[in-house]
Ligand binder design. Structure first.
Ligand code: RIB
Length: 339
């Protein structure tokens, strides 16, 4: 049974308010003998303040809930790490909820974190391939009345406080790089185009093609998921379309292309140029290192934490404009000029 503040008071033979004043190190006239008795009782009882009880009194728990779609994806692992560092340096703890891309799990975590009295929530999954799921998520957010900042997969139509990468620019930079190298048959291996970040990456791809007067050919797009399997499955389809380059909508898809190329005795970049997106940690140590478009994960994390802390401090403040951050093209060894 977990010890309570009453148990500590009884053992130290003092009042519960004395226990609270001593354990919260308040500067009040209490003898050192009494202080020692309280600390001794708390230690013997393995007493830990009940943060929910503390929160009911102070209306703060100094905790932030972080909801992400897939902690097995190094992009979200890096984002979570940076968010935790930024939150910790501001006196907040992070409680992580991983949804495995499930809309229902996202809604569960929104309720769980609210019921467990977090001070605010950072939501990296407010966007879903099925529009109705996004609507249900946004309705729940309205009903919960808790400070929320959306990051990465933000809801297209909402006015939630949000921090995102310019995904259209990311797709544009990846594609323009390949066009500048002379490639004209550029395949796309995309995640679900129902997600706004994938839609915008495709728009960037189409914008770059148009600038080079290259017609957009839908049959050069392979749509699946933002994972390695997508890259594995996409290769045969896109090679069948005689592509000379592939823009993978994230680095994991590009890893799948690398892997499957071995079954065709083809290599990057001699037989196929390849560009990814995210710049997760493995991409620069692959052989050859992956050319990719980096998302500014540290900057995203710092800004999303700054915004949620501001919102916790001033819940009634008007929502800030979405913060859109620029991606960075990282040219490495997986692309070459088409001769
Ligand atoms: O790799 C996971 C992808 O989904 C990233 O590109 C990120 O934007 C997330 O939404």
């Amino acid at each position: 049974m977990r010890a309570t503040i009453k148990d500590v008071a009884r053992r130290a033979n003092v009042s519960t308010s004395t226990v609270s004043l001593v354990l919260n190190n308040k500067s009040v006239p209490i003898s050192q003998q009494t202080r020692d008795a309280v600390f001794k009782a708390a230690k013997e009882l393995h007493y830990r303040p009940n943060q929910l009880a503390v929160g009911l009194v102070t209306n703060k728990t100094n905790t932030i809930g972080l909801i992400i779609p897939d902690n097995s994806n190094p992009f979200f692992a890096a984002l979570s790490n940076q968010i935790e560092k930024a939150a910790s340096s501001n006196g907040y703890s992070i409680i992580l909820g991983n949804t495995n891309n499930s809309a229902k799990s996202t809604r569960n975590y929104l309720r769980i974190f609210t019921d467990h009295a977090v001070d605010g929530i950072i939501l990296a999954q407010a966007d879903f391939s099925v529009p109705e799921e996004g609507e249900k998520c946004m309705q729940l957010i309205k009903d919960l009345h808790i400070p929320i900042v959306s990051v990465d997969r933000i809801d297209k139509g909402s006015n939630l406080n949000s921090v995102v990468t310019d995904q259209k620019l990311a797709g544009y930079l990846a594609t323009r790089h390949l066009l500048n190298l002379g490639h004209r048959r550029i395949g796309c291996a995309t995640g679900p185009l129902g997600l706004s970040n994938c839609q915008n990456r495709l728009l960037g791809y189409q914008k770059a093609l148009a600038e080079f007067d290259v017609p957009f050919e839908p049959n050069l797009n392979y749509e699946e998921n933002l994972n390695i399997e997508c890259g594995i499955h996409a290769l045969s389809t896109l090679l069948g379309q005689n592509v000379t380059a592939i823009f993978a909508f994230n680095d994991l898809i590009a890893y799948g292309v690398y892997k499957e190329l071995r079954n065709y005795n083809l290599s990057v970049p001699d037989d196929l140029s390849l560009v990814g997106l995210d710049d997760i940690f493995l991409s620069e140590i692959l052989q050859p290192p992956l050319t990719t478009v980096a998302q500014p994960v540290n900057e995203i994390a710092e800004n999303v934490v700054e915004r949620i802390i501001e919102q916790i401090a001033s819940p009634g403040r008007t929502a800030q404009e979405p913060l859109v951050l620029e991606p960075i093209l990282k040219v490495r060894g997986s692309t070459k000029r088409l001769v």
